[in-house]
Design a protein around this ligand. Structure first.
Ligand SMILES: Cc1cc2nc3c(=O)[nH]c(=O)nc-3n(C[C@H](O)[C@H](O)[C@H](O)COP(=O)(O)OP(=O)(O)OC[C@H]3O[C@@H](n4cnc5c(N)ncnc54)[C@H](O)[C@@H]3O)c2cc1C
Length: 676
């Protein structure tokens, strides 16, 4: 029998009897710290500047009790569909404002051990109890599509992991929380004419939600970190970097590469000293620097933290205001004659959706109807939100008619404009194993099996399993003329070459693999589409990203990625004392043309977004206005990754969490005007 992981692993706020929290950094000996300092001084002034923050142990204070409103009605004001980064926090925040909220989630509430352990995020994404498997196309062209090693012929696509569980994709993601670029918000303000989206106004949402456990409060006015929010943040890398000689050498090479293209290293050093290289520090955000940066992650006491924990806290403490129905697959939004949303029809039952690996054994669900006094809010993610809108009669007329769906609102933008980052892995083999991961199994112990030493450490809230495996990160402009850094390059322990069934097992196969993941931000391709396969709500839609030559502005994205591969190859060259060879793309991929073909065939993404874009009423492809309201309807909004007109920043969860906070303000402001 499996242990009760939730009871064992939840952090102190959830445990019945709080345990003593120890902090992993305390394990580092004075000698190793002195040795490391010497090394850093010799090679890396800028990095040394961040040591005071490294020494700072952080604080993990218990959450104060939530401030629940005192009265409750017995009907739902809001129905929110989807409990991920967009819908989960919104449901909590509206409930805390005194609205009665129903959160419908198609997945369940399972919490296997893999959910909790940050280093096992890949395993969480492949866990049967959490995952939804989408198989997507990168190209319509069959020949081109099949050149991808990750293509699965029986599924006619490439695996795109999603989570069908409480917390959505925040239940399996890699937990990186990196503030977007200010230009992302300013772009929305400009496109919609709504100044409240300007970057200066948006920062308050990050501050409000963040519960920073690693920065100093004394610097708060300048850093603009939040310390009282619901989303705990910590740093991924410090322990690994400080303790491991191989990782230290790799970081030094990355530092050298990051300094190579910098025009004014002195200015940059000063900035690093002020901000400690923290990408969520406002001084860093404003200056958009290139170079090494820290890796903030959403963890608390070494456990995953995200939308789910917030939902559980609010549900536990304010049960009259937040009701969560899991295993509830929304099949249709109910719209009256004036296209006013008044409720949701959903299928109640486990594993109803065909992306769920257990769908084949599911018993048929029952159809239920639930009514909203105020509004319905769709937060089902970039694939499912457009699907649900279309199933409800909101979408491109021709497509709906083709599936015999009654057209309520002819909105041609629904499901269009699908965007993602392009990602690549440069996989290397190290000359020696990484000492830090010696004997590491990178998995939860089977029942009755002795845990590996890292797992035992993790049970004490210490060691490498408390982080997500990302060790070194740098931001870079692929070309000096790019307004913002557009490449995020980070070092990962293991062999990671994208998503395919079984990828989590392969990451951990050897102890001497190290991957440099290249992530292209601000991609220019907007040609992806989500279209209905059928009118059956249990069917997965057709998803095609139309990469590169099939998409828009292919050259711009491609050349940036080539620059990314070249930068990584420079790091590999600089660390030849620890890296034995490049395994992927491999030595046979030499010329720029070879690199382009490799990228075209092997790139992937995992931040799908923009399929119901926000825009002005004059934009025929806009789906929502700047207050998240779906055009042509009343009382219907969308709050999730699908509303961005352009994919923001480097990692999308921070932006989704921020818009979720904003949506709560906007919705409650509107509610003040409308009495029900
Ligand atoms: C492997 C992986 C790693 C990632 N790592 C990071 C990272 O480190 N940092 C980062 O910033 N981003 C990361 N992301 C991306 C990020 O987590 C997601 O983009 C984000 O969670 C999306 O939020 P969302 O609210 O739009 O949708 P989701 O989080 O996907 O939530 C949607 C929810 O809606 C539910 N749902 C769908 N359809 C229905 C329906 N019809 N009825 C009821 N419920 C429904 C789903 O079950 C799901 O729970 C990662 C993504 C993947 C796949």
């Amino acid at each position: 029998m499996q242990p009760n992981w939730r009871k064992l692993f939840l952090y102190n706020d959830f445990r019945d009897s709080p345990q003593k929290n120890t902090i992993g950094f305390a394990l580092i000996s004075r000698r190793s710290f002195v040795k490391l300092s010497a090394l850093l001084v010799s090679g890396a002034n800028t990095f040394l500047a961040s040591c005071s923050t490294l020494l700072w142990k952080g604080s993990s204070r218990p959450f104060a009790p939530l401030n629940c409103p005192s009265a409750a009605g017995n009907k739902f004001d809001y129905i929110i569909i989807g409990s991920g980064a967009g819908g989960g926090p919104l449901a909590c925040n509206l409930a805390l404002k005194g609205f009665r909220v129903l959160l419908l989630e198609a997945g369940g509430e399972d919490d296997p051990c893999e959910y909790y352990v940050p280093a096992f995020h890949a395993r969480a994404s492949e866990h049967e109890a959490l995952r939804w498997d989408f198989f997507v196309r990168h190209y319509a062209d069959d020949e081109q599509q099949k050149r991808d090693d990750k293509f699965v012929p029986e599924q006619n696509g490439v695996l795109y992991p999603r989570s069908g569980t409480l917390g959505g994709c925040t239940a399996h993601n890699a937990m990186l929380l990196i503030y977007p670029h200010n230009s992302d918000w300013d772009y929305i303000a400009e496109k919609t004419g709504d100044e409240s989206w300007h970057s200066e106004h948006m920062q308050k949402y990050f501050k409000r939600m963040e519960r920073c456990e690693y920065a100093r409060r004394a610097e708060e006015p300048d850093s603009r970190h939040g310390f009282e929010g619901w989303l705990p943040t910590n740093l991924a890398e410090r322990e690994m970097l400080l303790r491991d000689k191989v990782l230290r050498k790799l970081s030094k090479a990355a530092l050298e590469e990051s300094l190579s293209g910098i025009i004014n290293p002195i200015k940059r050093t000063l900035l690093k000293i002020k901000t400690h290289g923290d990408p969520n520090d406002w001084r860093f955000i404003r200056r958009r620097p290139e170079g090494l940066c820290k890796i903030p992650i959403t963890t608390r006491q070494g456990r995953r933290a995200g939308a789910r924990e917030y939902i559980l806290r609010v549900r536990k403490q304010c049960p009259n205001f937040l009701e969560v129905r899991t295993h509830a697959l929304a099949k249709r939004i109910l719209l009256d004659e004036q296209n006013k949303a008044y409720g949701v029809e959903y299928i109640s039952g486990a594993h109803q959706y065909r992306a769920d690996p257990r769908h084949g054994t599911a018993t048929p669900g029952t159809v239920e109807t639930v009514l909203a006094e105020r509004e319905v809010i769709v937060s089902a993610g970039a694939f499912n939100t457009p699907q649900l809108l279309k199933l409800s009669g909101i979408g491109p007329r021709e497509e709906l008619v083709g599936h015999a769906i009654e057209v309520k609102v002819d909105l041609p933008g629904v499901g269009e404009n699908l965007q993602d980052r392009y990602e690549l892995g440069v996989v290397t083999r190290l000359r020696e194993n990484i000492p830090l991961i010696k004997g590491m199994k990178l998995r939860c112990p089977a029942p009755g099996e002795a845990p590996d030493s890292q797992f035992s450490q993790w049970l004490r809230d210490e060691g490498p399993y408390t982080t997500n495996g990302a060790t070194i990160a740098l931001m870079k402009r692929s070309f000096p003329e790019r307004p913002d850094p557009d490449l995020f390059i980070f070092g990962l322990i293991g062999d990671f070459r994208g998503y395919y069934p079984g990828y989590a097992n392969n990451i951990a196969r050897t102890e001497n693999a190290f991957t440099w993941a290249i992530l292209k931000g601000h991609t220019a391709n907007t040609a992806g589409r989500v279209t209905l396969r059928s009118a059956d709500p249990r069917d997965v839609p057709d998803i095609n990203f139309h990469y590169f030559s099939e998409g828009t502005n292919a050259g711009e994205d491609m050349e940036s990625l080539v620059a990314g591969v070249e930068a990584v190859r420079n790091i590999v060259r600089l660390s030849s004392d620890v890296i034995e060879e490049e395994v992927l793309p491999g030595p046979e991929v030499k010329s720029r043309e070879d690199i382009r073909s490799f990228i075209k065939n092997q790139a992937w993404g995992h931040h799908a977004s923009c399929t119901c874009k926000m825009g002005a009423a004059t934009d025929p492809m806009a789906v929502v206005d700047s207050r998240f309201r779906v055009y042509g309807t009343r009382n219907l909004r969308i709050v999730d990754a699908s509303v961005f007109p352009k994919i923001p920043g480097f990692f999308i969860a921070s932006s989704i969490y921020m818009i979720s906070e904003k949506a709560c303000d906007v919705i409650s402001e509107d509610a003040e005007r409308i009495q029900v």
